[in-house]
Design a binder for this molecule. Structure first.
Ligand SMILES: NC(=O)c1ccc[n+]([C@@H]2O[C@H](COP(=O)([O-])OP(=O)(O)OC[C@H]3O[C@@H](n4cnc5c(N)ncnc54)[C@H](OP(=O)(O)O)[C@@H]3O)[C@@H](O)[C@H]2O)c1
Length: 301
């Protein structure tokens, strides 16, 4: 089968080539992949892996072999899938606890945008507790996680403050439900009930200083690649927390919920770049140079 393979000698560390077809475990369905979405963590060199391996977290397609243990959907079902690898290929064997059926009205490319980005936004927001009527800051709001987080936080009744890197990157965020769009954390007023932080760096320390008593930051990512320095005593005093976050991969129920939101139009997939998978270099370039508003999706031929 065709796959995007790790190749350290290639310009983006990837090449389209041939890989062995997967052999499914009893709890895995085999899916013919129709679309994949790219995530910052996969294309910024954070994931690692050996030459010749297939990476890729998000993929949507059609079940061509149901799981032998009887779990999961039947052959012919349209599904969105997640795993920490092996998604960028024409066939993926995936645990039935890590996929969900995609409603007929939802495009598979748009569904492929969901797992890591929307799953992270959903799970991280839950960690803030009730946000009804509360002020929530989302950094990196222009990106994949950020655009889903803005929508889900607004839907949950929060006062949403969307933080971006430059004015133009804030386009469209008010329409998605942001009450305020700010550059960095300039002008953000205390108190914040919660923060979803995708960017790290100096603004993470500033955001910590804006937390209400009992407030919490979910540290999701660090795209700024800058250190965070806390001034002496900045972390002392009223009870505030900085929590590390990692997506829980047993995500079937969350994926079903999110795909349902796409179906009713309650969630917009925010696909800001789409093309054939042979154009993967262009997609990666656009994502890493902060030109994609939301998600980059590749159609798999
Ligand atoms: N912990 C987990 O389980 C988990 C899950 C998913 C994602 N993540 C992490 O979360 C982060 C966001 O992921 P994503 O998929 O949403 O990425 P993305 O779509 O590429 O968005 C990243 C955002 O970060 C901002 N950014 C990039 N470089 C920056 C810089 N030098 N300074 C300030 N802001 C910068 C950009 O906003 P502007 O262009 O507006 O500046 C961009 O919109 C990544 O670090 C990723 O690894 C972690």
């Amino acid at each position: 089968m065709r796959a995007l393979l790790i190749d350290p000698s290639a310009p983006r560390g990837l090449r389209l080539g041939e890989a062995a077809e997967p052999t499914p475990a009893a709890n895995q369905a085999v899916v013919e992949v129709k679309a994949i979405s790219l995530n910052y963590g996969e294309v910024a060199g954070l994931q690692g892996g050996q030459a010749g391996e297939v990476n890729g977290w998000d993929a949507a397609g059609v079940v061509v072999e149901a799981a032998a243990n009887g779990t999961g959907p039947a052959v012919g079902s349209r599904v969105v899938t997640f795993d920490w690898g092996r998604g960028w290929a024409q066939l993926r064997a995936v645990d039935t606890g890590q996929l969900a059926v995609v409603p007929d009205g939802v495009d598979l490319g748009e569904a492929s945008a969901l797992p890591v980005a929307a799953g992270t936004a959903l799970q991280a927001l839950r960690r803030l507790g009730s946000i009804l009527g509360r002020r929530v800051l989302i950094t990196g709001a222009s990106g994949g996680v950020g655009r889903f987080a803005v929508q889900l936080a607004a839907k949950s009744g929060a006062h949403v403050i969307a933080s971006v890197g430059s004015v133009g990157r804030g386009d469209g965020l008010r329409e998605l439900g942001a009450d305020e769009v700010v550059v960095g954390v300039d002008g953000v007023e205390a108190p914040l009930h919660g923060v979803l932080d995708n960017v790290g760096g100096p603004n993470l320390a500033r955001a910590f200083g804006l937390l209400a008593e009992g407030g919490v930051i979910q540290s999701i990512g660090a795209t700024s690649a800058e250190p965070t320095v806390f001034e002496p005593y900045a972390t002392v005093g009223a009870h505030r927390r900085l929590e590390s976050f990692r997506l829980d991969g047993k995500i079937a129920d969350d994926l079903a919920y999110l795909a349902g939101l796409l179906d009713t139009g309650a969630l917009d997939p925010q696909v800001g770049w789409r093309g054939g998978w042979e154009s993967y270099e262009d997609a990666i370039e656009a994502l890493l140079s902060r030109k994609v508003a939301g998600k980059a999706v590749l159609d798999v031929a």
